[in-house]
Design a protein around this ligand. Structure first.
Ligand SMILES: [Fe+2]
Length: 255
């Protein structure tokens, strides 16, 4: 993995999601493969996926249409959903289909159909110890709260979408805000939902619809939003966001 990756989703082509059992799947674009996998999925209208599970935690950021999951209800743009490793679900697309980002924390996610593959005992046990196997939040209902910095440096308020595993927040940077050089402990994904952002002079400007993946321990900066500010969803893979200022704590990765 390179230290950072600028993903311009429009440059990626659509292909059928692979199912080794040959069951009906949907068009996806594979945006990133590594410690985390990122796809954009376009679920066909009224498509139904029978009961299945995945070996890693997954997160969905809904962009268009309606998505349904038995027992959980419907999901629309503004909703974010997560399903923990080993949790079985039955899912379908609404009458117009559904488009969403799909993120798998840990690796590729084969479709583990419950009629073919039993959830391994150890995974079942782990899941039982993790509370609810599914979760959701809506960005229009979450309050913005201060992001506490242990050194008291200025930060921007965040909406906490999920504060256990997976770790997800949404934030808006005011156009006047700048974050100096810093690094995150874990691999971090940024989904630019609105506006623009510069993460450092080494990287291109990230625009609405772009995705950034940065390696844990890699220092970069300054983070500067565009003239209209920037709104993004941030996912930290492996633990809380853990923001470290590079002038206080030496980054573990040599740039
Ligand atoms: Fe950052």
């Amino acid at each position: 993995m390179s230290n950072w990756e600028h993903i311009s989703t429009k440059d990626f082509g659509w292909n059928l999601f692979e199912d080794k059992n040959g069951r009906e799947t949907n068009q996806v674009r594979t945006l990133y493969e590594g410690n985390q996998y990122i796809w954009e999925v376009s679920l066909k209208a009224n498509y139904k996926a029978e009961s299945h599970w995945h070996p890693y935690d997954i997160i969905q950021i809904f962009l268009e249409g309606e998505f349904k999951s038995e027992g959980e209800g419907s999901f629309y743009p503004g909703d974010i959903r997560w399903v923990k490793a080993g949790q079985s679900t039955i899912e379908s697309g609404g009458s117009e289909g559904s488009r969403f980002y799909l993120i798998a924390l840990g690796g590729n996610i084969p479709l583990m159909w419950d009629d073919l593959y039993e959830v391994p005992e150890d995974l079942k046990k782990t899941l039982q110890g993790r509370g609810s196997g599914v979760g959701k939040a809506n960005i229009n209902k979450l309050p913005f709260i201060p992001f506490e910095d242990e050194y008291g440096r200025p930060t921007q308020p965040v909406q906490v979408i999920c504060n256990e595993s997976p770790h997800i927040v949404r934030t808006t940077f005011d156009p006047t805000y700048t974050a100096s050089d810093h690094w995150h402990k874990h691999d971090t994904m940024y989904f630019i939902m609105d506006g623009e952002m510069s993460f450092s002079d080494d990287e291109p400007i990230y625009k609405k619809g772009d995705v950034r993946v940065v390696k844990g321990g890699y220092s970069y900066g300054p983070e500067k939003p565009g003239k209209e500010g920037v709104t993004f969803i941030l996912i930290s893979n492996g633990g809380p966001i853990d923001l470290n200022w590079s002038d206080i704590k030496k980054p573990p990765l040599v740039n």
